[in-house]
Write a protein of this length. Structure first.
Length: 123
């Protein structure tokens, strides 16, 4: 799914993200490992369209990947909430899951890759 500029702008405003309008990879560039809990809460506390769900999950996954890299953990309580959301909305997140899972021939391209593979959210 390609995110429309309007969705990115709206979500950036609602989350007070430092969006400038020229980010190439919005979710990766504006990811914030210190705000994972806040992003998950936003997802859970709001009635979101499928496109908004996809956008917020994009930034959740990028932020959690940064968190894992920084903390050198393999998972924590945040992951279980993310996993629950991914499993409950597999169709909405199919492209995101595929992106972060990477081809099975590639070892672990991202910190979060083994978690997504292990969760079997691709089934």
């Amino acid at each position: 799914m390609i995110l429309r500029k309007e969705i990115i702008e709206q979500l950036s405003k609602e989350l007070s993200l430092p969006y400038m309008g020229f980010e190439q990879d919005w979710d990766v560039e504006l990811a914030d490992k210190n705000r994972v809990d806040e992003f998950i809460s936003f997802y859970n506390d709001n009635d979101l369209s499928a496109e908004m769900k996809y956008a917020i999950m994009s930034i959740i996954l990028a932020s959690y990947d940064d968190f894992l890299n920084d903390k050198e953990l393999d998972r924590d309580y945040r992951w279980y909430e993310i996993e629950k959301i991914l499993k409950s909305e597999k169709e909405v997140f199919r492209d995101l899951i595929e992106y972060w899972t990477i081809d099975s021939e590639v070892e672990n391209a991202f910190w979060i890759t083994p978690l997504i593979r292990e969760a079997k959210v691709t089934d």
